[in-house]
Design a protein around this ligand. Structure first.
Ligand SMILES: [Zn+2]
Length: 249
């Protein structure tokens, strides 16, 4: 991405990476935490989201630097983004997969570390400590795993895109977009099933975005049909498993 590095907001350097935190990041983080009602709990939530998303983006940025591409980190209303100074297209598909996976894997590692530390030392009795741990686990594990779904523009969508490039030997955005539409629609239904209204809206937005980009790719190609059917089968099986897990079937 070549977007300019925005103006205003909180700016600092971390491990050599310029970081900018847009005011919209704090606003959305507070809005997402308002359900907690208690101001101290909301403050803990905002701190957890800030540290976790920053760590996620640092994962991308460090992996990019290992492959010789550099970027700025920006936290904004929709989460975080690492804006590269040069296009990632210069990298091999496997290197792009590694960069995409580095963010969520950092979160999963933090979640696993927090879990292991408190399993070993015992879970604290203090309410705010328990809340902090629960939120760290939710943001790093929960969001980390959801972010790995093959839906564009999530990291999982980029992994899918680069994996198809790697397997086919050429970049073709039609199939990853088709898979993104299938999984986006399934994720929207799944979010409604578990009462995650905002998650459903986000899934709908991603599905519409992928659908619009897919239309620009021209008519459906025959070679993509079996893969789209397989994606629909996997997404459908996931939905059925969720319905069974939530006792709806
Ligand atoms: Zn990411």
């Amino acid at each position: 991405m070549f977007d300019s590095f925005g103006t205003g907001g909180l700016r600092f350097h971390l491990f050599g990476f310029p970081v900018r935190v847009d005011p919209s990041f704090w606003i959305v983080a507070v809005l997402l935490g308002l359900g907690l009602q208690d101001p101290a709990a909301v403050a803990i939530w905002v701190a957890v989201v800030f540290v976790s998303i920053l760590a996620h983006e640092l994962g991308h940025a460090f992996m990019g630097r290992a492959f010789g591409i550099y970027g700025d980190i920006e936290l904004y209303s929709m989460g975080g983004v690492t804006k590269w100074f040069a296009s990632r297209a210069v990298l091999r598909p496997t290197q792009q997969i590694a960069i995409s996976l580095a963010g969520p894997c950092t979160g999963l590692a933090i979640g696993a570390g927090v879990w292991a530390a408190f399993e070993a030392r015992g879970w604290p009795d203090v309410y705010y400590w328990r809340l902090t741990i629960f939120e760290l686990l939710w943001v790093n594990f929960g969001w980390g795993l959801l972010n790995l779904l093959p839906i564009l523009p999530l990291d999982g969508g980029h992994v899918c895109q680069s994996a198809i490039h790697w397997i086919r030997g050429y970049r073709d955005d039609g199939l990853p977009l088709l898979i993104s539409v299938v999984f986006g629609a399934a994720a929207g239904v799944a979010a409604l099933l578990v009462g995650m209204f905002w998650g459903a809206l986000l899934a709908l937005w991603f599905t519409i975005g992928s659908g619009a980009a897919l239309r620009q790719q021209g008519p459906l190609r025959l070679r993509d049909v079996p893969w789209a059917l397989l994606a629909a089968l996997v997404a459908g099986a996931g939905l059925l498993a969720l319905m069974r897990f939530t006792g709806r079937i």
